[in-house]
Write a protein of this length. Structure first.
Length: 228
């Protein structure tokens, strides 16, 4: 990740709040073991308050999801940490994210040195996230406004895929765009029933293995996912 001093230096603001959120609340969260020091370090470096709307600024460093408008949320920090840890992303990996939202998850992946391709279906959120990421000089993130159900074939295949909205089934195009040896981390299930965080691993022969982790609550995947 490369950034320079900005007129409004979010990176230097609210560091003690950020430290407490990451190393006190997230690292010690009961029930979800966050042990990856690289993930924790990335979360400490990313100024979460830069991705939070004005009305929610007092709560930016609480370990809780927050509304960002358009019936969407910025995820709870411990869930961001857990999904990133499960992804096992490494420097220079090519990552597809479905559901840009505020851009916070993309920034975490960028801090880990990944090349991030992120898709947001709500135009206003996609543009806002793009502006925020550019303002913070996350040059290794590309933002696209569109329906993430079909993935991003132009840049496939991907080393990792992360989805931050819940379809009722894993979209077939995402499975196809995952490299052999890759992983998908995705919440699956209806908002009317229990959703589970799922990790899909594709072996060298292209076969997928599913590992169900724990129950979660995410906004539903919209667009073509609703037609399936």
């Amino acid at each position: 990740m490369v950034y320079s001093q900005t007129e409004h230096d979010y990176f230097e603001e609210r560091k003690e709040e950020r430290r407490n959120m990451v190393y006190r609340d997230v690292a010690n969260y009961r029930g979800i073991d966050i042990y990856d020091t690289a993930v924790l370090g990335a979360m400490f470096r990313v100024p979460r308050h830069a991705f939070v709307i004005n009305e929610m600024q007092p709560y930016a460093y609480q370990n809780t999801p927050l509304p960002i408008g358009f019936e969407q949320t910025i995820s709870q920090p411990v869930i961001v940490a857990s999904m990133t840890q499960l992804l096992e992303a490494e420097k220079e990996m090519k990552i597809l994210e479905i559901g840009t939202g505020s851009g916070y998850q993309a920034a975490i992946l960028a801090e880990l040195g990944c090349e991030v391709f992120t898709i947001e279906i709500v135009p206003e959120l996609g543009l806002r996230a793009k502006n925020t990421l550019e303002k913070l000089h996350y040059e290794n993130v590309r933002v696209k406004v569109g329906d993430g159900y079909e993935g991003w074939p132009e840049y496939a295949p991907f080393d990792r895929i992360i989805v931050t909205c819940a379809p009722e089934q894993v979209p077939a195009p995402l499975k196809e765009q995952l490299k052999p040896g890759g992983k998908i981390v995705i919440p699956v299930g209806s908002t009317r029933s229990i959703q589970f965080l799922v990790v899909l691993e594709k072996n060298r022969k292209g076969k997928l293995r599913e590992n169900i982790k724990y129950p979660v609550r995410f906004v539903p995947m919209t667009g073509k996912a609703r037609e399936k």
